[in-house]
Structures are given as C-alpha cells and as structure tokens.
Design a protein around this ligand. Structure first.
Ligand code: URA
Length: 182
C-alpha cells in the first residue's frame, strides 16, 4: 500500500478542517520512526509534521544527540489537522492507520517512538497512563511484524511541565542508542 497520501476523503470532518494532507518526512535511514498525534496549525500551513513549537523542541533535542530530521522519519497518527486542535477521534485514527502501518512496514525501522498519549494508545492496545510506559521497550505487533516501540512524552508536554524534560531527554537518547547499536 502506498503510504504517501495524495488524496483521501475517509474522514468527513478532517476533510473540512484541513488545508492539506501532511505526510511524513525524513528518510528514516537511522532506523527510527517517530509517530506524533496530528498536524497542528503550523504543520497544516507548511505541509510538514512537527514544524511548530513542539517540532522545534523535537528538532533541537535530536540535534543535541547529533541526529538530523532527515535521518529519521517523522510522521503522525492522522495526516489531517483536526479543528481547534482537538484530539483525533477513534474512527479517524482507524481510517488513517493503514497509511501509518504501510509507512512503518516499508521503512522497517529498528524502533518506533510514539510521541504522546494519542499515538501510544493508538499503537498499543490497553495502555493507561503515559507515565506507566514512558521509556519502556515494548514489543508490539504492527502490521506484518512485531516491532520495538518506545513511548515518549509529547515534546509539547515539556513546554507546559518542565519536569518532563529529563524523561524526554532520556527516552530520546535511548531510542537513538537503540538505532545506533543496530
Ligand atoms: N504535534 C503532533 O503530534 N504532530 C505534529 O505534527 C505537530 C505537533
């Protein structure tokens, strides 16, 4: 299945609220796929995931680890901006999931890092609170294969709660370490 989506009308509300479909970016050559929630206003305007404030955090944190955006894959659980920054609905996550699964299948990364609660619960059935799984190395069936998934707090979380920064740093360092050791 093609994972770069040029046209999709599966979600009535998202077709109305988006100005474009925001596909993933980066080669993923290092072996990491980061999965966020959904495009925000900046991403919708620019057509690229994680380019707003939380994107700046992610890009900076990766740079501190010597990693460029282009070496990793950065994508989202849904590719169209929900209105008023609401969370994507369960049906929308389901509609978009085949694209995400095809992206992960094709890039075949060493590790998938979920950024925040929405992608974590989307890919891991039955997860409760983020704090219970953050930084864990979990084996999860995604599409055709069992994958290593490491949940991380969403980069925006540390903008509201500085105490999360250390955990984000540790989790990203762990994810990069896994990819580099493979
Ligand atoms: N937050 C997300 O989860 N994804 C983006 O692309 C931007 C912000």
């Amino acid at each position: 299945m093609e994972y770069t989506v040029d046209a999709c009308e599966r979600c009535d509300e998202l077709v109305e609220s988006r100005s474009r479909i925001v596909n993933g970016v980066g080669t993923g050559s290092l072996g990491i796929v980061f999965v966020g929630e959904a495009p925000g206003a900046d991403e919708d305007a620019q057509g690229e995931p994680f380019v707003g404030r939380s994107g700046e955090v992610l890009t900076e944190k990766l740079a501190e680890l010597g990693v460029s955006r282009d070496e990793v894959r950065i994508t989202n659980s849904v590719r169209c901006r929900p209105s008023d920054n609401r969370d994507p609905r369960v049906g929308e996550l389901e509609n978009c999931r085949p694209y995400l699964v095809a992206e992960i299948d094709t890039l075949d990364p060493d590790v998938v890092c979920t950024l925040g609660r929405v992608p974590t619960t989307n890919l891991l059935d039955g997860v409760g609170a983020m704090r219970e799984v953050v930084g864990d190395e979990l084996r999860v069936e995604i599409g055709a294969k069992e994958r290593l998934v490491v949940p991380c707090y969403h980069p925006a979380a540390m903008l509201y709660d500085r105490s999360k920064e250390e955990t984000i740093d540790e989790t990203l360092a762990r994810v990069v370490g896994i990819a580099r050791s493979d």
